[in-house]
Ligand binder design. Structure first.
Ligand code: SAJ
Length: 461
């Protein structure tokens, strides 16, 4: 049974007769569905949200991801890609099931796997001999062996790596370049058993240029290590930026110089770290492990979570230094998306910043060209409408259209004694100050603004 099942599956992958079902049509599931359909497979993509299913059925992409619109519409037109509301029928008819659902953390920073486990309940009842199940969602270490394997075996009555196949194939795509990275970034394939790894490798080779074989447990930790490394590196950059501000030097220059060393690669400081991955994956990594104190991973999270508070402090300092009354001031926020050129505002640093401004009773207006999220502030319909009459302009997202702002026009539209808080360092500070705009930027130290004496520094809370 074992070898026949394997041989048949490989043949069915090569002649594209395997039927795929993708569970979850989010930022990961949609590119996955579209690319496998484009590689020639019959793909059914499932979601519980009717509006997503209807959009994809019409060949329209519900997310703004470069290249996805065309890929979706052409594959829907050929009939290779079909969208459906969650259905047992689709799962029953499929040979491969890929699960791409969210795995967030709860209020105590603990993994919340209920959506994944619910999907497994459905999947487990429908798998048959020779089925291949792929988990793509990011999961805490141990999930594949302790939860996924155990649940699928008990629901199906089949044995993994002998009667059905199971692998962890974490996604590594960054929104904004998802399709390119899906195809070009090496893909980790971690099977529960060597047969599962081999089959999953064959399947992913049809779309990905490079695949790397490993086991499921190693792939779980590697995926989390990547995002945690990035979070820790950004935290270092943020801490360095705070240090530079106090030393009156510019962190942009400092990082540029330090990065000329061949073994140094400091990331970029900013107003905080957002998105669906970096703010939560470090907590998945340390879940249920004994920690030494101090813990670099937790500290990095705290530093990154501090950055929105730093932006608030800079806003209040700017209002104070321009002699504005806080409550009658008007603040213009550029961007609610968590990073430049994406339409995703999940866990964006804008959220705590806007909420704090509103709770301080400050009039806050936002402009966001990529999505409708406003976090309770007023949404302007244009850049000019946002800036007009503002006392302080705050840049949170580094969208391309914010990078070439005309400072003269901005100065004319804003109230007298205008200030800019540049969370992304996209404004030329010297040009702003020449025009009479008070400029504060993350990591931009000004000697005359030194507030702390180096020998007498209180810890930042
Ligand atoms: N950010 C900084 N400084 C930087 C880089 C990023 O402040 O130097 C901020 C961004 O503005 C944003 C947040 O960090 O608010 C996260 O952005 P990101 O571009 O680092 O990451 P994501 O969440 O869009 O995608 C990450 C990627 N992981 C890595 O680069 C290691 C992507 O490859 C993963 O597939 C994705 O997480 C995921 O889904 O896990």
């Amino acid at each position: 049974m074992k070898s026949i099942g394997m041989r048949e599956l490989v043949k069915n992958i090569q002649d594209r007769s395997l039927r795929l079902t993708i569970v979850g049509m989010g930022y990961v599931g949609l590119p996955t569905a579209a690319l496998f359909a484009d590689a020639g497979f019959q793909v059914i993509a499932l979601d519980i949200k009717r509006e997503i299913v209807e959009a994809v059925t019409r060949g329209v992409s519900p997310i703004n991801e470069p290249g996805l619109k065309n890929l979706l519409s052409s594959n829907v037109q050929t009939g290779r890609l079909r969208a459906k509301l969650n259905s047992t029928e689709a799962l029953n008819q499929s040979d491969v099931i890929m699960i791409c659902v969210q795995t967030p953390i709860d209020q105590y920073k603990k993994p919340s796997l209920s959506v994944l486990m619910n999907a497994l309940e459905e999947v487990g009842k429908t798998i048959k001999k020779g089925s291949l199940v792929i988990i793509i969602s990011t999961v805490p270490p141990g999930t594949m062996l302790e939860k996924v394997k155990q649940r699928l075996e008990s629901l199906s009555g089949l044995e993994v790596d002998d009667e059905f196949y199971l692998a962890y194939v974490p996604e590594r795509i960054a929104p904004g370049k998802a399709l390119k990275e899906f195809v070009e970034s090496p893909r980790l394939i971690g099977g529960i058993g060597s047969n599962s790894t081999k089959i999953a490798v064959e399947l992913f080779k049809t779309v990905c240029q490079k695949v790397i074989e490993t086991d499921a447990a190693t792939a779980e930790v590697s995926k989390l290590a990547e995002n945690t490394f990035r979070d820790v590196n950004i935290a270092f950059a943020n801490q360095l930026a705070l240090i530079c501000e106090q030393h009156g030097v510019d962190s942009t220059k400092v990082i540029e110089l330090a990065n000329t060393h061949p073994r140094v690669n400091i990331h970029t400081p900013g107003p905080g770290v957002g998105g669906p991955c970096l703010p939560k994956d470090p907590y998945l990594l340390i879940n249920k492990t004994k920690q030494i104190k101090p813990n670099i991973i937790k500290s990095a999270r705290q530093i990154n979570d501090y950055m929105p508070k730093h932006i608030i402090n800079l806003i209040l300092q700017a209002l104070n230094n321009t002699e504005k009354d806080v409550k009658s001031s008007r603040i213009a926020i550029l961007g609610t998306a968590y990073k430049g050129n994406v339409d995703d505002s999940r866990l964006s640093p804008s959220e705590p910043i806007i909420h704090e401004l509103i709770s301080l009773g400050i009039k806050t207006i936002v402009y966001e060209p990529y999505c409708n999220e406003r976090f309770g502030a007023k949404m302007a319909s244009s850049l000019n409408e946002t800036i007009e009459g503002a006392d302080c302009l705050v840049i949170i997202t580094d969208h391309t259209e914010f990078k070439n702002l005309n400072l003269k026009e901005i100065k004319n539209l804003m109230n007298s004694k205008p200030a800019i808080i540049d969370g992304r360092r996209i404004i030329n500070p010297h040009e702003a100050e020449k025009l009479g705009i008070l400029y504060y930027g993350i990591g931009f130290g000004k000697r005359r603004d030194l507030q702390l004496s180096i020998s007498n520094v209180e810890p930042i809370e």
